[in-house]
Design a protein around this ligand. Structure first.
Ligand SMILES: C[S@@+](CC[C@H](N)C(=O)[O-])C[C@H]1O[C@@H](n2cnc3c(N)ncnc32)[C@H](O)[C@@H]1O
Length: 361
């Protein structure tokens, strides 16, 4: 049956795929043109200027237009209003799928099933028998499974920790993660083969590595910025109260460096860090706060005064990075990732250039 809603959806979807295809040719565009995103995102949450979330559902004004725009759609919030699942920005999804260099028949493992939209796109190109996808939230898996079935896709989807992979269907030719990782989970490397391409968000970047066997893999970060929801772990909040009792010390690194030019580097050096900014009445930044889940906290005033507390001296790490990169914003694509049995490290420019170990967590 074809109703007015179906027609609008088909027209919008065609325009959406054409928009995604404007800058590149990709075999994934046919999948974007084919798979109705609204089947996987029947509602989403939008935040107003006061930070309040509002649900937008099928039939609401602007619903379909937003679904077929290059927008990440928040689909689940926790009790504190923090997003815990979303359908990612389509252009970023396409970039990541392209980076997989996947062909029909390749077996794909996805960490982060979410709405099931990406799994549907993957099923459309690779064949759903070749797609395995996992989400940590059983309710999301249940919903995604029925939505996929409605689209005649039957990939293997299940609830669990994606970091464990799914050995029964291994080896995988391609691996994609759509939740933020701190390093490539060893189980996923064990379930790969020589030549497997892994595309995964690490820090505020997306690493693309190729497995070469013997527990080794190497590759570079894609040139695009990215933020993905990290795995949910219990965290300590920032300890601003202790900092208020300190006089602090001087720093020459501008507070705002952590908001822009050092942001990606910091996300690798301090995995999962949080930040906040303080502004004056005119909107100018007056200070920046940083904290990590072990309770380490630093605040920096734009005057150049820094205060730090907790097990890690967070601003000392920022100063070290600023010392290594005194000017400009280092390009993500100049960084790479090498995995060896002894550990995982990110390097700059060349595999034997300056490097930083990735956390074992
Ligand atoms: C950005 S959403 C994924 C989007 C999804 N690929 C789609 O097309 O809708 C990230 C998802 O990762 C899931 N996630 C978080 N930690 C996970 C884990 N350890 N294992 C598997 N999934 C996880 C979240 O529940 C969330 O649904």
């Amino acid at each position: 049956m074809t109703g007015p809603h179906t027609l609008t959806s088909a027209v919008l979807r065609a325009g959406f795929a054409a928009m995604l295809g404007k800058e590149r040719r990709s075999e994934w565009l046919a999948a974007f043109a084919d798979v109705p995103r609204e089947h996987y995102v029947p509602s989403f949450y939008q935040q107003d200027g006061q930070g309040r979330w509002h649900k937008v559902s099928v039939g609401d004004p602007g619903y379909l237009e937003t679904v077929y725009s290059d927008t990440a759609l928040t689909t689940q919030l926790d009790d504190h209003g923090i997003p815990t699942s979303s359908s990612s920005e389509p252009r970023l999804m396409l970039t990541m799928l392209d980076a997989l260099d996947a062909r029909p028949g390749h077996r794909l493992f996805e960490l982060g099933l979410g709405t099931g939209y990406n799994a549907a796109l993957a099923s459309s190109l690779l064949g759903s028998d070749n797609v395995v996808s996992v989400d940590v939230d059983p309710d999301l898996v249940h919903l995604a499974r029925s939505r996929l079935a409605r689209g005649q896709y039957h990939p293997l989807v299940f609830a669990g920790d994606g970091a464990q992979g799914y050995p029964d269907q291994a080896p995988y030719d391609r691996v994609i993660a759509t939740a933020g990782l701190r390093r490539i989970p060893p189980a996923l490397l064990n379930q790969a083969r020589e030549g497997t391409v892994v595309v995964a968000p690490i820090g505020f970047g997306i690493a693309r590595i190729v497995v070469s066997g013997n527990g080794e893999a190497t590759g570079r970060f894609l040139p695009v910025p990215a933020f993905f929801m990290p795995r949910r772990t219990p965290t300590k909040g920032p300890d601003f109260a202790t900092l208020e009792t300190q006089a602090g010390r001087a720093t020459t690194v501008p507070a705002t460096d952590v908001l822009d030019r050092l942001k990606f580097l910091l996300s690798l050096a301090l995995p999962g860090y949080h930040s906040c900014t303080w502004r004056d009445g005119t909107g100018e930044t007056t200070g920046v706060g940083l904290w990590t889940e072990d309770g380490s906290t630093a605040t920096v005033h734009v005057s150049g005064n820094v205060r730090q507390t907790g097990p890690q001296r967070l601003w000392d790490t920022v100063e070290k990075l600023a010392g290594a990169f005194p000017r400009g914003t280092p390009a993500r694509e100049d960084f790479g990732l090498t995995i060896a049995p002894e550990g995982q490290r990110v390097w700059y420019r060349e595999p034997d250039g300056p490097s930083w170990p990735l956390s074992a967590e």
